[in-house]
Write a protein that binds this ligand. Structure first.
Ligand code: GLP
Length: 240
């Protein structure tokens, strides 16, 4: 596992975006696994800049997002589809038909999960971007006695709803369920990039990467992956 620490968020964003850009330069048809949350925003801004300058071309790129809330109206600004459009897809030359986000409003969410897994199995993700939840979740794979390999519906933990309430008018508006790729699908990516920022995640990222591998810290399963790069700001890196 390659762990890099950065003094500034700008440097972190540039290196992270640079890794995505070199992948796309060497493989224009790259399949990207993308994430939401506040952590990737600066990386997406840097990718937009590189796309505008002509250094990276998204024309033939395919993307799969990790997760989506269940039950939010499709035009709600906090759906992860809206987030991805606003933060990246609307600003680069990606073909929207090649971008995939699970449908959290599907009438049959189990069928949607199966469908998403079938697409993922065919696509094979080259580089999976991950943020980290305060409780160690990746995607929306919450700490539990057991974890699921494939895409599935999860009941969000209260702490996760609280953490994400900052994006909504009140906690009552935060959905109680989400659909997420499973840890099995995440670990199938050829390369994983975990990005963690902020002092409040210093303990959990240290536990996840150096502590025991346990389903109670879903990100600890990344220790089993042969090709993980971790980018930390200096606050998140304080125990390394
Ligand atoms: C959300 C997402 C995760 C994300 C995490 C951290 O719940 N489902 O994919 O990594 O929260 O979010 P943030 O980057 O805003 O701290």
């Amino acid at each position: 596992m390659n762990i890099m620490t950065f003094n500034t968020n700008e440097e972190l964003n540039q290196i992270a975006a640079g890794i995505f850009a070199s992948l796309i330069q060497t493989k224009p048809t790259a399949v990207l696994g993308l994430a939401t949350g506040s952590t990737p925003i600066g990386i997406y801004q840097e990718l937009i800049r590189l796309n505008e300058k002509g250094y990276v071309d998204f024309k033939d790129v395919t993307s799969y997002n990790l997760d989506e809330y269940c039950g939010l109206p499709a035009d709600h600004p906090e759906t992860y589809r809206s987030f991805m459009n606003a933060q990246l897809f609307n600003h680069v030359n990606i073909d929207k038909a090649k971008t995939h986000v699970p449908n959290g409003n599907a009438a049959d969410l189990d069928a949607e999960s199966k469908f998403y897994d079938e697409q993922l199995a065919k696509a094979s993700i080259d580089l999976q971007l991950l943020g980290l939840g305060h409780n160690g979740h990746i995607g929306f794979n919450e700490p539990d006695a057991e974890l699921h390999a494939g895409t599935h519906v999860v009941n969000l933990k209260e702490e996760t709803r609280q953490a994400n309430a900052r994006f909504f008018n009140s906690i009552d508006e935060v959905p109680t369920q989400a659909i997420t790729m499973g840890v099995g699908s995440i670990l199938k990516a050829k390369m994983v990039m975990l990005v963690v920022r902020g002092a409040e995640k210093a303990d959990i990222v240290h536990r996840a990467l150096t502590g025991p591998i346990t389903t109670e810290v879903p990100a600890s399963l990344l220790q089993t992956h042969p090709n993980v790069v971790v980018l930390l700001d200096k606050e998140a890196a304080k125990h390394f």
